[in-house]
Design a protein around this ligand. Structure first.
Ligand SMILES: [Zn+2]
Length: 365
């Protein structure tokens, strides 16, 4: 299989990273004490905004699609919803493969939560990944996620092992979920919030070691562990983040299996609205990826809302009914969609700062 050349500097070629390049990128994040934002996208507007933001901040970045985002990418009017989820993800990934390298940063391409009903979606994407590997030397995605956290852990890990056995030979990684992230995302996720009196919101270190033992011999994987994180943004004070759960899981595996420090690659779901100190603590305990969706959705909408407020007539009339001024330059979707993109770029600037990835792109090393 073809791998992007490693530069003498230890850097990577820009564009989509898979296989060894992906592993090097994750290792660099953990060694350097920073993480990458994983931003949910739904169309070329959001993809391009993420790439623009990464380039402007000289950071590598993770672009991901939920099943709903993938369906939207193919079109809400696409006749077959299940097929739209597959082809929308393929279409998004091809777009990223084509243009990402020109932005001069490394991009991890990923799909978000897939519960039991969505396992066929992931399998179909792996089929497309195999075809893409044959054609181009790279799989289509760097990684996929299986979220079987609602199933008993044995079933969760059995299914994850089966899927990772397919993915590892293609140079792909698997993200799994242990414990339950509160809130819900695109219909996937438990109907728990931080008020729920439930230990399920907190992953048990023993489960993390069980996953480590089952999956390490098969291939690269990461763990979305629950430490009180919740999807969405809620009133301050509702969420009690306990990143020490990550630390305790790392130390248990390190001690029991004789590994180096931070043997596991952790993922932080529900990062929107989190306190900076807790983010920094989570990174110390091996988080290399923090998902961000709610905050970039709001950034996109807020800017467009502001633009509409400032130019209300342009969204009601083609020509000003009072003085005949044409409004074409204002209602042209490129004008107000660009506002939304700029909102995402600005918000992500803060994310790169918070996660410490600004200025550290391996494509520029
Ligand atoms: Zn999530």
């Amino acid at each position: 299989m073809v791998e992007p050349a490693l530069k003498a500097s230890g850097g990577l070629e820009p564009g989509v990273v898979t296989g060894e390049a992906y592993k090097n990128l994750v290792a660099a994040c953990k060694a350097g004490g920073y993480a990458l934002p994983a931003v949910n996208v739904i169309g070329t507007n959001t993809v391009n905004a993420v790439l623009e933001a990464a380039a402007a901040n000289r950071s590598d970045v993770i672009i991901q699609l939920s099943n709903g985002g993938a369906q939207f990418f193919a079109g809400k009017g696409f006749p077959d919803g299940d097929l739209a989820k597959v082809l929308g993800a393929v279409s998004a990934a091809r777009h990223v493969h084509l243009i990402a390298e020109h932005y001069g940063v490394c991009v991890v391409l990923h799909t978000d939560h897939a519960n039991r009903k969505l396992v066929p979606w992931v399998d179909a994407l792996i089929d497309h990944g195999e075809a893409h590997l044959r054609e181009t030397g790279k799989p289509l995605f760097s990684s996929h996620m299986l979220d079987l956290s609602e199933e008993p852990i044995e079933e969760n890990l059995e299914q994850c092992a089966r899927v990772l056995e397919r993915m590892a030979p293609l140079g792909m990684s698997l993200e799994i979920e242990l414990g339950v992230t509160g809130g819900e995302e695109d219909g996937v996720g438990a109907d728990l919030d931080a008020h729920s009196d439930s230990s399920r919101l907190y992953t048990q270190p023993e489960e993390v070691m069980q996953a480590y033992d089952r999956l390490t011999p098969i291939g690269p994987f990461s763990v979305a562990a629950s430490f009180g994180n919740v999807h969405g943004v809620y009133q301050p004070g509702n969420v009690q983040l306990r990143p020490e759960i990550l630390r305790d899981s790392q130390s248990l595996v390190q001690k029991e299996r004789g590994t180096g420090a931070n043997p596991l690659d952790f993922v932080f779901h529900g990062g929107s609205g989190s306190e900076k100190e807790k983010i920094a603590e989570a990174i110390d305990y091996g988080v290399f990826k923090m998902n961000i969706d709610t905050d970039t959705q709001f950034a996109f909408a807020e800017r467009i809302g502001r633009f509409v407020d400032e130019n209300p007539k342009a969204f009601r009339y083609q020509i000003d009914p009072e003085d005949g001024t044409p409004f074409k330059k204002l209602y042209d979707p490129r004008k107000w969609l660009r506002e939304g993109e700029a909102g995402v770029v600005e918000r992500l600037g803060q994310a790169f700062e918070d996660l410490g990835s600004k200025g550290r792109s391996l494509a520029q090393a």
